[in-house]
Design a protein around this ligand. Structure first.
Ligand code: MSP
Length: 628
């Protein structure tokens, strides 16, 4: 059996999964399932990227160890992937013991080879993206990728001799024009290589939560060097030779367009240096926006995909698993894989109503209703063949395979919908209700419709695995794989159980009502607002909290009393500039412990991305004054 090894990027655990990040895992899952159904022995790897400076800081702020933090956060990702039916063979974590061993082995070998050497790094670092940046990379002093704040660092680092691989990478690219897909990404990377590669830092000195350099424990291995190696650990490198020899090299790395340089340049160079085969292909997909805006936690517009599927299930009156499949369908149909997409409630409802309820759902409902009405639910024999129909469907199946092999998921779905449209039209044209006296004709048409539904459902299995299984089970399809796509495999003379409507159409009014409810959920009454007690406070003293970049401990006066407040404003304010500022605080909030210090209130600030500014008073007023 031919093998197929597919991976996703591994996900940073400092944020929770959102529609954008899970869309990558869903697309990879669709391809993995497609390959399994096509008879490949598939290994599908995904997981979490856990070592980083951010995690160290976040864990300290929460008063727990970094390991405890990542254990909790990684299990959130895993459970969400399970609910979305991501059929991974391994969920790798970069804190897994076998991975740590493999990373150290890589580091040692590259060092022994002279490809890693000690130097000094002088430049910028973006903590959010975990990237080293040069002066010329910055845009208005910020990270060119995420727009966030950068830190100036000057530290002894180990460097990887990337420049040594410039020529050989260029040759490789010129001889492997299909290495990166889509082509635009290939061209981008080719230009980067042509413009000349410089050595890169592969260690950090100022934080500890990571894998130590095996022979120099003052240094922690750079998170990207560590993370990329997950792809070989996952298939057993150094731990399961048989598995590794079978599955490596990876057949497909699926990643987002933001991380192509790491995968298309640094990773191949690391493998060349180590002496390991390169992955066969990298596919870089686009980004999902939400209702036209970038998805970001700081903009408050990230959607939890499981919550979304739960809400949609209750609105549409469908099972959670079917709702997950609707989400999987929407994400793969709405945009051509590779391009950017815009997740919109309106288009989501429309896809559900038109593609699933009207086209696919109705085809099934009408066919099963007629089967019961005319043949008591028993599949008749196809006596008169329709060669035109068979060759049309065969052609569409072939096109489906061609597009799937190019990862053009939405085009593959279009092919399936062409078959669905053909079958719906066939009902109209043949009008089986007028053929009750032409038994052979009616038998044949009913068989053809059922057989069409079976084939369409098999083709949809990678996309909507749980839903089509309901249909295929009713049709008593046994193999449940692509070996059974040949026309005529549906058995006749078997009784089909009734299939309840799987995608009930949602009325437009209900959709509008739902939108209104969502708006209303965000509205609070005057009395609710009046419960929040806001007062003016004057800052008496301020100091940074040790080991935290963000937190500042403030002592503030409310006139009659003083309070201690811990606030995450350290990236935007120095303690000195806060003294005597009149700020606004919420005084009746329950106290919360941050880094072991009880914060007795919360100050108000406005923020946009990395920007943050404190709310103060326009004219002077006594401290303790109430805001209303
Ligand atoms: N940890 C690194 C990857 C290391 S791989 C050896 C990382 N993590 S991430 O959590 O920031 O992103 C993980 C993947 O999710 C990336 O491929 C990224 O492109 C993808 N996406 C993040 N936001 C996305 C959207 N809004 N839309 C589509 N994909 C998105 O980078």
């Amino acid at each position: 059996m031919e093998k197929y090894y597919i991976t996703t990027a591994i996900y940073y655990v400092n944020s929770t999964p959102h529609i954008g990040s899970v869309s990558e895992a869903i697309s990879a899952d669709i391809i993995a399932r497609y390959k399994r159904l096509s008879g490949y022995d598939v290994f599908f790897s995904t997981g979490t990227d856990e070592h980083s400076q951010k995690i160290e800081t976040r864990a300290k702020e929460e008063g727990i160890s970094p390991q405890e933090f990542v254990n909790k956060a990684s299990s959130v990702w895993k459970s969400i992937f399970d609910k979305l039916n991501i059929s991974y063979n391994r969920f790798i974590r970069t804190s897994d013991q076998d991975h740590i061993k493999v990373v150290q082995d890589f580091f040692n070998k590259l060092y022994e080879k002279g490809d890693i050497y000690l130097g000094t790094y002088e430049g910028w670092y973006c903590v959010r993206d975990e990237t080293f940046l040069k002066d010329s990379d910055l845009i208005e002093g910020n990270c060119p990728h995420c727009g966030g704040e950068v830190q100036r660092i000057s530290e002894d680092n180990y460097f990887f001799r990337l420049s040594k691989y410039n020529e050989v990478l260029l040759n490789f690219y010129e001889n492997n024009k299909e290495f990166i897909k889509p082509e635009t990404r290939y061209n981008e990377l080719l230009n980067v290589i042509k413009s000349g590669l410089q050595d890169i830092s592969v260690t950090r000195k100022s934080f500890k939560f990571g894998i130590p350099v095996p022979f120099d424990s003052d240094h922690t291995i750079y998170v990207w060097f560590d993370a990329l190696i997950n792809y070989v650990t996952s298939v057993g490198y150094l731990h399961d030779a048989e598995k590794f020899n079978k599955f490596w090299p990876a057949d497909l790395h699926i990643i987002g367009k933001d991380i192509t340089r790491f995968h298309g340049i640094i990773w191949p160079a690391m493998l060349m240096s180590y002496g390991m085969e390169l992955p066969r292909k990298i596919f870089a997909h686009g980004f999902w926006n939400l209702e036209g805006a970038k998805m970001s936690k700081s903009l408050g517009n990230v959607i939890d995909p499981v919550q979304f599927a739960e809400n949609f299930a209750s609105l549409a009156g469908i099972d959670f698993d079917v709702s997950v499949d609707v989400l999987r369908y929407y994400l793969s149909r709405e945009v051509n894989f590779g391009l950017d997409g815009d997740f919109r409630a309106e288009t989501f409802f429309n896809r559900f109503n038109s593609d699933l309820a009207n086209d696919y759902g109705n085809l099934i409902n009408r066919t099963i209703t007629m089967l019961y009405k005319y043949r008591e639910g028993v599949v008749p024999k196809e006596i008169i063949k329709n060669e035109e129909m068979i060759s049309f469907i065969e052609k569409k199946i072939e096109e489906y395979f061609n597009t799937m092999n190019e990862y053009q998921l939405s085009f593959a779905l279009e092919k399936v919908w062409e078959i669905i449209a053909f079958l719906n039209n066939y009902i109209q044209v043949t009008s089986p209700w007028n053929l009750t006296k032409e038994s052979e004709k009616l038998d044949s048409i009913l068989y053809q419709l059922l057989e069409g539904i079976r084939i369409v459902s098999l083709l949809l299995k990678p996309f909507m695995p749980k839903t089509v299984d309901i249909i295929l089970n009713k049709l008593q399809e046994e193999t449940l794989n692509f070996s059974n796509l040949n026309w005529g495999a549906l058995k006749h003379n078997i009784k089909i159980e009734k299939i309840p409507p799987i995608f009930p159409r949602i009325e437009r009014e209900k959709m509008i009502e739902k939108k209104q409810e969502e708006l209303e959920e965000n509205i609070i009454s005057y009395n609710e607002f009046a419960k929040v007690e806001l007062r003016v406070a004057r800052v008496l003293s301020a100091e940074r909290i040790k080991d935290s970049e963000k937190l500042i401990k403030l002592s503030v006066s409310l006139g009659k009393e003083n309070r201690t407040i811990v606030a995450g404003i350290g990236k935007n304010y120095s303690p000195e500039e806060l003294i005597n500022k009149k700020i606004i605080i919420v005084v009746n909030l329950e106290p919360k412990k941050l880094m072991g210090i009880a914060s007795q209130g919360m100050l108000l600030a406005a923020s946009a991305g990395e920007k943050l500014t404190l709310i103060t008073v326009d004219k002077d007023i006594e401290e303790g004054s109430r805001i209303s």
